[in-house]
Design a protein around this ligand. Sequence first.
Ligand code: SAM
Length: 297
Amino acid sequence: MYGISKFSKASFATTDYSVVVVAELALPIYKKSMKRKIYTRSHNINLLKEIDNNGNQFSAKEHAYFIEKEFGNTVFRTKEALLRDYLSGNSLKLGALGFLIERITNNGYRNILSLGSGQCVLEYLLKLSLPEESEIIATDFDTYFIEKAKSFFPEITSVTFDFFKDDIISLQNNLNVKFDIAVFFGSAYVMDDPYFIKLFADLKKIGVKEIVDFHAGYMDLKDVIVNVIVSLLRPFARNSAIRRVFHKCPVDKYKYIGKFHGYSRNRAELRKLYRKAGFKLYKELSVPNYKYVAILK
Ligand SMILES: C[S@@+](CC[C@H](N)C(=O)[O-])C[C@H]1O[C@@H](n2cnc3c(N)ncnc32)[C@H](O)[C@@H]1O
């Protein structure tokens, strides 16, 4: 629902030679672990500022307040309105869903846990696509999303679960279901390292056979190159004397940079987290909408 605008798009004059130089500079950097915070402004800015608790991430309460206020009377009016809005804005995710359906079917997984499910539309479609005995457990920390999923999609089990506060071992015990596979549809990026490692390690502990992480915060080589160039140019772009020459106003130090909502990481950084959680990387691939998907066993 919120856009992941990782990097401001720098437009710069370049030659083939300079691209090669920058790529050569960036490649060794890329092989090292890289992580940076990401912010969103792709919403009602006044609402975002209202809940901006000094630059911290969304709390569950803030998120639910914000979603209900911005979308309660429109997107969440009816089940049909939600499906229409979600599917028109997220049609590429259907490709990712198709990939998941095939993995679940080929491996005979029955109980599917989705973490950070948001509007729970993908989980509802998953339920419709799998054999009747399959169980889909959709979770999110936003109580508004979950309340709406309970009412619109009674075919799936929807429960609140906060990556930072709740415990997956208790969730499995409370539901009395043994999860076969856990899926993150673009939601694992919200966690900082210790939470990320703990949640993944706990999933291993409870016997999940596989995790599919459709990773939304992925930083590829192109992102790294843009990042390197932007950080090299930034001091000049912010310099008041240089800005005067180009008839630009001084940089506004207090300009709102957006709501912090997660982390962008490169491949090396993600691999490190998966390894620390005790998972083996079975496969890395790209599917529609997600440049990086990790299958962990
Ligand atoms: C980019 S959205 C993805 C939503 C959905 N999976 C989809 O693909 O449409 C990230 C989701 O993570 C959820 N989220 C953010 N912080 C969370 C937390 N601490 N615990 C659980 N879910 C969280 C948000 O509410 C949001 O639904």
